[in-house]
Ligand binder design. Structure first.
Ligand code: 4NP
Length: 162
């Protein structure tokens, strides 16, 4: 069976920083637009280190500043189940993208998150959402801002192709 066209899986490495934040922002925007019941949204990591854990406290804190809760519990990408279940598989960086293809995801289903950011030029379409885990300072806020912009474009695409 083909996956539901309104199904979106966000993927990063650990599933505690970028992809749970993306999932929460995307759902928040969908709720604001009253379309969330048409969507199936989840996140997962290519790595297994944090399986069963809540999102990183810095992810929860930054999203909370914008009134967004991050309820995610980390899990690893499941092959082939996730690739049968999700129409849109959204990688945060090129390593995630490559790993998803190695795990068996179909190339036409896997997209880089920032390719949906309409404020970026064409030659920036392969830009990555950098891993903030080991960074300092405002890394999580910068990631939030990147995800926020990309989610606007992604939500329009998903709703437009349902
Ligand atoms: P994420 O960040 O991929 O955005 O969740 C990371 C979190 C943890 C690790 C790497 C990246 N780690 O190596 O534990």
């Amino acid at each position: 069976m083909s996956p539901d066209p309104g199904s979106v899986l966000f993927v990063c490495l650990g599933n505690i920083c970028r992809s749970p934040m993306a999932e929460a922002i995307f759902l928040h925007k969908a709720r604001e637009r009253g379309v969330h019941t048409r969507l199936v949204v989840d996140s997962a990591g290519t790595g297994a280190w944090h399986v069963g854990n809540r999102a990183d406290p810095r992810t929860i804190e930054v999203a909370g500043r914008f009134g967004i809760e991050v309820p995610s519990i980390a899990r690893q990408v499941r092959s082939p189940q996730d690739f049968d279940e999700f129409h849109w598989i959204i990688a945060m960086d090129r390593a995630n993208h490559r790993d998803l293809l190695s795990l068996g995801a179909a190339k036409h289903r896997v997209h880089l998150m920032r390719s949906f950011d309409r404020t970026l030029g064409v030659d920036e379409a392969t830009a990555e959402v950098p891993d903030p885990y080991y960074g300092e300072g405002d890394g999580f806020l910068r990631v939030f801002e990147m995800l926020d912009r990309a989610c606007d474009g992604l939500l329009d695409r998903v709703l437009g192709e349902e």
